[in-house]
Structures are given as C-alpha cells and as structure tokens.
Design a protein around this ligand. Structure first.
Ligand code: FAD
Length: 360
C-alpha cells in the first residue's frame, strides 16, 4: 500500500492550498510541479493581488466572504504571519454598463461595501481618474494580498509539516486503479491514494476530461507617479478597478516594496495562446497609455513590467470536482484572472474531496 495519501499536480496557489489543508489534517502529500519554486511562468507569481467582496454575482460575494472571514484567517494563523495588507477597495464605472451588476449584487449582499459619490471618491483618492458619471463602491473588506509572501510561506510551512516537493518534475499521465493513482512523471512514477490536478493553464493537456481553458497572456506595469510616495502606499492608496464596458476592465494596486504603483488591463477575451510559447516583448507604450488614462496625476515612467497567464474557464466559473474517469482524481479548474483570493477556499474544497479517498 502506498505511503502517500495525496499527490498534487501543480504548485500554484490552488495546489499549495490543497496541500495545506490535507497536511493540516495529517495527510502525507507530495506536490509536483513542472517548473521550480517561485517560477514566473504560470498564474500565481508576482508580489501582490487584490481581494474584494465587490462582485457582479451573489455567489462570488459569498465566496469572497468565506475567504475573508474563515479561510485566509486560518491560513494566516497557521502560517503565523499576515498575508493581507488592509487597504480600501475602490471599484467604479458607468452604472448602465457591466458595473451595474456589481452595484446590484454587492449592495444586496449586506457586506461592508458602500456606494459613494465620485466627488467623495476623488477627494479620498486624488491619484485616480474617476469620471463624474461613474458609480463608485468603497469596499471596506478589500485588501492587498501579499501573494509572493503567501506562496513562499506556504511552501516553507508544507516543508516543515512533512510534505515533499517534486520540482521540475512534469506529470505526464495519471492512471487510477481500485486503490490508488499512478502519476507518471519525467523522473519516474509516483503512487498515491488520491491525486489533485491543479495545473492551471496546462490542466486540460494533462487531464483531457477537464474543461478546456483559453490561455490569455497578461501584461502588468509598475509605474512611477508624480505624487508623494506616501500617497501610493497601502492604507492611503486603494486596490481598485474601473469596469467601463464589457472587456474594458482596468485594475491596480498600491506600491508594494518600492516596486512602483501597479496597474494592468484585465484581458478576458481574445486569441488564446500556448502557455509554453515564448512570451512576446511587453508593449510598454500601451502600458504607459493605460496608466495615463487611469491616473489623475502625471506618470513619470514605467519602472517595471511582467507577463502572467490567465486560464479562462468557460463562463469564468470555478469547478472543483472528481474526474469522470476516476473518483480518486480531483480536478481543480479555477482562474479566469480572479481566483487567487479564493485560493484557500478552492484548495479546501479540493482537499475535502481528496480526503475521503485518503483514508486507509
Ligand atoms: C496578472 C495577473 C493578475 C491577477 N490578479 C489577481 C487579483 O488581483 N486577485 C485575484 O484573486 N486573482 C488574480 N489573478 C488570478 C490568480 O493569480 C490565478 O487565478 C491563480 O494564481 C491561478 O492559480 P493556479 O494554481 O490555478 O494556477 P498556476 O499558478 O498557473 O499553477 C499551476 C501550476 O501547475 C504546474 N503544472 C502545469 N502542468 C504541470 C504538469 N504536467 N506537471 C506538474 N506541474 C504542472 C505549473 O508549473 C504551475 O506552477 C491574477 C492573475 C494574473 C495572471
């Protein structure tokens, strides 16, 4: 009988969180990844992420509340450190466009989010360009997730709790039988009582029964604004997004660790790409134009820029389910450019499904 209770394919936020919940329950887990620790080739790298309750669907507001009030606090307690930096959330746009759904779903949910007039929003956050006819939500549940720290601390917590890692060890195939799953990798076969596949943009390639995702490359900029540094930092500067029209969604975050004030377009439609393709050169001029369009103060320059991948799921929905081919394999399909905040909840759902199978 195999010693490993669960093998997790993919060490992004979803895989690491699944490993966390299983380890926390005393299960023996191995985490495999085709790349090395902290690589920048998937969807979970980068120093920061937005978390918010402001959403266009009641289910997502509820999921955010579960993440904020239960899953993230548990993770922070267990890892013994803060993984979120409190800062206001500001979400805005024309009320007769897609932002109308945000207003309806979020304000109806009774979470700590309030509608404020654009004049008040401009007074509170003078570095942002807010139009007179924008509706504005001030989200008191929002925060900046210290994503880089979260990934690093999860890996070290897992090491300290007996989990093993197989870095640069791509899984090639999963074969399940009555009492275990064999994961064939580039460096031999791993056998475990159950497996979780959370391979992000590569999931369908590995498990064809998983939904096809459209992989969209994102470009993120870190800008120098003509403003006092203190005004660009956590607490004074919000996590924000302007949701103007369908597929015209621009977001940003405070300057973290002097990296520059972060902003990017949330690209959710377009020609998919192969996640293994060499990324094209970043369009720095387009990033500067985006910044000049959305900041109300002069943009002195683009300090840095990075690529990142979205795995767009059908309908941008999340799915955590057993494989139709074997109940010993749990499949995680979640990203669409907004699921880091839900990582601890999605990871727990995957761990719950895998748990049943991890017993003797
Ligand atoms: C630019 C950008 C900004 C974002 N901003 C936000 C935000 O503000 N708030 C928010 O909530 N979310 C945000 N997101 C979304 C969020 O970061 C992602 O949804 C999430 O990180 C995806 O995690 P994952 O674990 O599913 O995938 P990944 O992090 O891509 O992990 C999948 C892992 O599987 C590994 N793998 C693949 N194939 C194999 C194989 N065959 N064998 C072994 N390993 C394999 C890969 O190497 C990778 O490490 C953003 C994403 C991007 C790209």
């Amino acid at each position: 009988m195999t010693e490993i209770d669960c093998a997790i394919v993919g060490a992004g936020i979803h895989g690491l969180c699944a490993a966390f919940w299983l380890s926390r329950r005393g299960k023996r887990v191995v985490v495999l990844d085709r790349h090395g620790p902290g690589h920048a080739l998937g969807g979970s790298h980068g120093a920061t992420r937005i978390t918010r309750s402001s959403y266009h669907e009641a289910d997502l507001v509820r999921l955010a509340t579960e993440a904020h009030q239960d899953a993230w606090p548990t993770l922070e307690r267990e890892l013994g450190t803060a993984l979120r930096a409190a800062t206001p959330g500001l979400f805005f746009g024309p009320p007769d466009g897609p932002f109308g759904d945000y207003l309806r779903a979020t304000l109806a949910a009774g979470v700590a989010v309030e509608a404020i007039p654009p004049t008040t929003a401009r007074r509170l956050f003078p570095l942002l360009r807010i139009e007179d006819d924008d509706a504005v939500l001030l989200d008191h549940t929002a925060a900046m997730i210290l994503a880089g720290k979260t990934m690093e601390r999860l890996r070290s917590w897992l090491h300290a709790h007996g989990a093993t890692f197989g870095w640069n060890m791509p899984a090639r195939n999963l074969v399940a039988d009555v009492d275990s799953v064999r994961i064939e990798t580039s460096s031999g076969t791993v056998r475990a009582r159950s497996a979780v596949v959370s391979a992000g943009a590569w999931s369908h390639e590995l498990e064809p029964s998983m939904p096809v995702t459209t992989v969209l490359r994102q470009e993120v900029g870190y800008f120098d604004l003509d403003a006092p540094t203190a005004r660009t930092r956590v607490g004074a500067f919000p996590v924000w997004a302007r949701i103007a029209r369908a597929n015209d969604f621009v977001y940003g975050l405070p300057d973290h660790a002097d990296a520059g004030t972060k902003a990017a377009r949330h690209v959710t439609v377009g020609e998919g790409t192969d996640p293994d393709d060499e990324p094209p050169a970043i369009d720095r001029l387009a990033l500067l134009d985006l910044a000049r369009e959305h900041f109300a103060v002069p943009v002195r320059g683009l300090r840095a820029a990075e690529h990142c991948l979205y795995a767009m799921t059908p309908g941008q929905s999340f799915r955590v389910a057993r494989s139709p081919l074997s109940s010993r394999i749990v499949q995680v399909t979640a990203c669409s450019g907004h699921s880091f905040k839900f990582g601890p909840v999605i990871g727990r759902a995957a761990a719950d499904l895998a748990m049943d199978l991890a017993v003797g």
